[in-house]
Design a protein around this ligand. Structure first.
Ligand SMILES: Cc1cc2nc3c(=O)[nH]c(=O)nc-3n(C[C@H](O)[C@H](O)[C@H](O)COP(=O)(O)O)c2cc1C
Length: 200
């Protein structure tokens, strides 16, 4: 079993349709650690030492959030800024995250066709996510393709939530084929079942 840390960040949980459905689903998956970041730190007073210990205690770090201005909500950015510290995550002596895996699970209001050179978002989604990918690389972590729902304002939550549960279980049980996943730009609830198998 891989020790899986699930970090959830949504500042508007009362109005969330999709991310709250995923959060509730994750709560009934055994053997993973979940943290609701906005509930834990409503005043942004992040306990850096505790969060670094939390990272050290896990092998897979999964960040779940709605895409806000092509990035993560502010508290998740703050959490990364503070916990992925020089001398801990990178830089001289900073190799404590080495070998861990980082994955994003995000929802985007824009439709899939908007994310590309011909669409109104102009860039594909992975281009917007390169700061996360390079953060992982700098910290010697491997970056897995993100689990994504496009068109999140109108999409049905249930299939995406069910896919999320399958993904969590596969990661937890070392049944997630990272090599096969790496050939896909993003993962969806349709592709998760294809990635269950040997770990890498
Ligand atoms: C402040 C803010 C910024 C947003 N920025 C983006 C964006 O950059 N790209 C996008 O596709 N959707 C954007 N959205 C839409 C959200 O991603 C969408 O509402 C969310 O994924 C829906 O998930 P939920 O039902 O869990 O709230 C934004 C929404 C808000 C409130």
């Amino acid at each position: 079993m891989a020790r899986l840390l699930h970090i959830f960040a949504h500042p508007g949980r009362a109005s969330s349709r999709i991310n709250m459905a995923l959060w509730r689903t994750a709560q009934v998956v055994d053997g993973i650690s979940s943290l609701d970041l906005y509930a834990r730190y409503p005043r942004y007073d992040i306990d850096i030492a505790a969060e670094q210990q939390r990272l050290l205690a896990h092998e897979v770090v999964l960040l779940q959030f709605p895409l806000f201005w092509y990035s993560a909500p502010a508290l998740l950015k703050e959490w990364i800024d503070l916990t992925f510290e020089h001398g801990f995550a990178y830089g001289h002596g900073g190799d404590r995250l080495k070998g861990k895996r980082l994955m994003l699970a995000l929802t985007a209001g824009g439709p899939e066709e908007a994310y590309g050179p011909q669409g109104y978002q102009h860039f594909d989604l992975r281009t917007f996510l390169t700061p996360f990918e390079q953060t992982a690389r700098l910290c010697q972590m491997s970056f897995l393709p993100p689990y994504v729902l496009f068109g999140a304002l109108t999409a049905e939550p249930a299939p995406h939530a069910q896919g999320f549960a399958r993904l969590l279980e596969a990661l937890r049980d070392d049944r997630f084929n990272g090599m096969r996943a790496a050939s896909l730009p993003v993962l969806t609830h349709d592709t998760v079942p294809l990635l269950e198998g040997d770990q890498e």
